[in-house]
Design a protein around this ligand. Sequence first.
Ligand SMILES: NC(=O)c1ccc[n+]([C@@H]2O[C@H](COP(=O)([O-])OP(=O)(O)OC[C@H]3O[C@@H](n4cnc5c(N)ncnc54)[C@H](O)[C@@H]3O)[C@@H](O)[C@H]2O)c1
Ligand SMILES: N[C@@H](CCC=O)C(=O)O
Length: 585
Amino acid sequence: MPLEFDKSFFENSLYNFMLLKRYFSSLGRFKLPVPLNEPLKTFSPGSLERENLTSAIKELKASEKCVPVIINGERIFSGNISDQVIGGDHQKRICQFHEADETLTRRAIEEGLKAKKLWQRMPLEHRASVFLKAADLLTTKYRYQMMAATMLGQGKNIYQAEIDCITELADFWRFNCHFAEKIYEDQPLRNNVGNWNRVEYRPLDGFVAAISPFNFTAIGGNLCSAPALMGNSVVWKPSSAAVYSNYLVYKILEEAGLPPGVIQFLPGSPQPIVNEMLSHKALSGIHFTGSTFVFREIWKQVGNRIESYSSYPRLVGETGGKNLHFIHESADLLNAAANTIRSAFEYQGQKCSACSRLYVPDSVWPKFKQHLLTMHSSIKVGPVDGTVVKCFKIDFTNFCTNVINKQAFDKIKSYIDYARSSSEARIIAGGECNKFKLNQVGNDEKGYFIHPTIIETSDIHFKTMKEEIFGPVLTVFVYPAKEYEKYAEIAANSSEYALTAGIFASERSIIQNLEEKMLYASGNLYINDKSTGAIVGQQPFGGSKASGTNDKAGALMNLLRWTSARAIKENFIHISDYIYPSNLK
Ligand SMILES: NC(=O)c1ccc[n+]([C@@H]2O[C@H](COP(=O)([O-])OP(=O)(O)OC[C@H]3O[C@@H](n4cnc5c(N)ncnc54)[C@H](O)[C@@H]3O)[C@@H](O)[C@H]2O)c1
Ligand SMILES: N[C@@H](CCC=O)C(=O)O
């Protein structure tokens, strides 16, 4: 790099501009801001934030949105159009979106690889600045717009939307920068005399496919941005049931300065897009979150094509769960019941971490059941913006809202029907799928509502104790209190999944014992707390077995998957002969 300024040199090309940035960044060793978790707002009645949110919801409902495919920042209206409906009022849609196909996907990959050439050379502090700025835009300018999009589009009440699309997404963006900095700081400990060793954390040699689920806006935002932060180009296929909020994520990143092409945004039906990505030679990684079934299909396809790739694609997938709460008789029962209600029914059980199997000792079951049923009876179910549609009135008091779509509604209902007709199970609360108390909910003609349901079973391996339902359905098995160790072992080892678990006890030795028994039952273990609600920077999130590759979203471990390190040794002492002293006579 010349020390004298040659104007034409700097004007020549963007590439030179990037080199200029590198030059200046070498004039200091910067420290990225130490991240803090984004604080929650209260949204209490009469608060300014509630007023702002109300306006954002009204604005979103009043206007027709159209989402394009985005390649290199260019908006492409493919003409192949689908709807993202509002699940609580499914005659209405939140947006129409244009779908990508194989040709657009191929173009997105090729163009992304070109964009990567510059992006990977940009120093970390500049790449990180994009995501830090995005977090600030999200939590200020776009806060209410994003919440409205996530609430209406994905069926979340205020609290559930805020912990997802605002705080968790901002935390992913800010903490990931911090973790990337830590990775870059990790350099060889020793240098032999006359040598200097360095490690550089290159992005992967190719592109990364990000494939995201409907249920967390933050997950979509993290799946595409974590590899991008590490210098990769990413082709992102959002879920068709979360297109609008995910489009806002893209727009925020763009406004924050993400160069065109680094993340390509490809909504549309999964098969053509994903198949095209999987069949490209330059596929170097997959960042997936979604169901176990789909991830296994993707893994199989990659395996079958392994010889066609220029590298071994990194497969990172966080998938399904069948999460448990195990109650010991020494537990604080009120705390255990309240946490179980939250874990099982918040966001209608549509969290991979939701508690869906519960083990309770017979000695305390009558009391515990009473707590559960009392709390359950006060759960309000209805649309995110209220049960009265008249006069555009907005009411935020519903604790549970709709499930995501008809497919989910039908699947969840089939499990409830199965339990209803089984001699080994009894529905002890809820179970309604289209009939609700007046003033609480409409019916499935209007929205996909399922009342929080509690099933009691006498079979510890009952269908609803084993299969992921992904809805507001909790199954309880009552075990003999004296045999808690035996039943804890069954609870720990009887599922193909291992995502989250909560143990509830007050005696220390029991807590220790349960913690040991649950060693491989989950990737996230909670003691006297619910199995949901991991916070970035506090509880790195992910599970093993059929629940995923456990690469821990929002953690240094995840970012490591998006780099392919190069070790560089420089020799300062030149030699004149090849013989070692040990070769001498
Ligand atoms: N472990 C975690 O961290 C975590 C977090 C959130 C959700 N999940 C899991 O995600 C699931 C719910 O989300 P979902 O319904 O969006 O999941 P899904 O598997 O149906 O979809 C996930 C993504 O894969 C795409 N897809 C669907 N079918 C495909 C196919 N045949 N080939 C390629 N891609 C395909 C979808 O379009 C979407 O983008 C649940 O199983 C839940 O447990 C896991
Ligand atoms: N990270 C979230 C779950 C995400 C999956 O749906 C939690 O910890 O509850």
